[in-house]
Design a protein around this ligand. Sequence first.
Ligand SMILES: Nc1cc2c(nn1)-c1ccccc1CC2
Length: 293
Amino acid sequence: TSFKLENVEDLYEIGALLGSGNYGQVREMREKASGSRWAGKFLKLQKNESTHMGLDIRSVKKEVEILQALQHENIMALKDAFESTVELVLIVELISGGELFDFVAEKENLLESEATEFIKQILHGVGYMHSKHITHLDLKPENIMLSDKNAPVPQIKIIDFGLAHRLTQGEEYRSQRGTPQYIAPEVICYEPLSPATDMWSVGVITYILLSGMSPFQGDTNEETLKNIIEMNYEFEDRYFTETSAMAKEFIQDLLVKDQSLRMTAEEALLHPWIKPLLRRHAANRNRSSINIK
Ligand SMILES: Nc1cc2c(nn1)-c1ccccc1CC2
């Protein structure tokens, strides 16, 4: 992978901490040559390979390889990658609106019109990556960020491609990683995964955006996994009273156990809950009769 060996501090000024987690630390960055602002994802390399389980390094190198293949307004852009003896640094698009997870938490739950706007953008990003035969495999509200949460229509950015995989036709890929609440039955059953695995997660995310509740979450991970395998979820009245039947059908068309019967991103964009109704008056105006002189 194309990691530059120059010292990142020669090219960038390092700024405030934006986020930190098992992915490392993310700081504001300013490119000295242009003054442009970016984010830097820093992954400290421990002394020897074994201590950091190699997982982080492999997933960061995988993330770089995958992000280099993706250019889309709803996917976090990668600008540069640096490697030194002590750390890996990814220079990525500056996303300052925080996680969709926190945005929803602040609002308890969203209006359907707000939810469909977010879901539509997620479907555009997911549909694009699937068209490039890339599956994210860790879609969840924490990995969906807002470019500017105060914008009238915040733009979403899909981040963290550490578990993503390039799925070539016919190739089988199995993995049991991901976050219990959002993983599809085929992940639990260690069956071959597909882009449909991401679509299940979109169904779970939609359920959460509309209700603030997580459909399969149990008191323990085992219970959560059992609920997923048994398709044990419902639209509890106290959280779904105002939710439209179309919204529930959209979720039901994604939370389908059989991957081959699950809606694809393209199909989901055409689902009546997402696709705007024809503006009837405009259509009628064009069809109004005219009298030929
Ligand atoms: N796993 C994560 C997590 C994050 C980011 N990237 N990957 C990120 C990217 C750009 C700006 C800010 C962040 C913080 C959260």
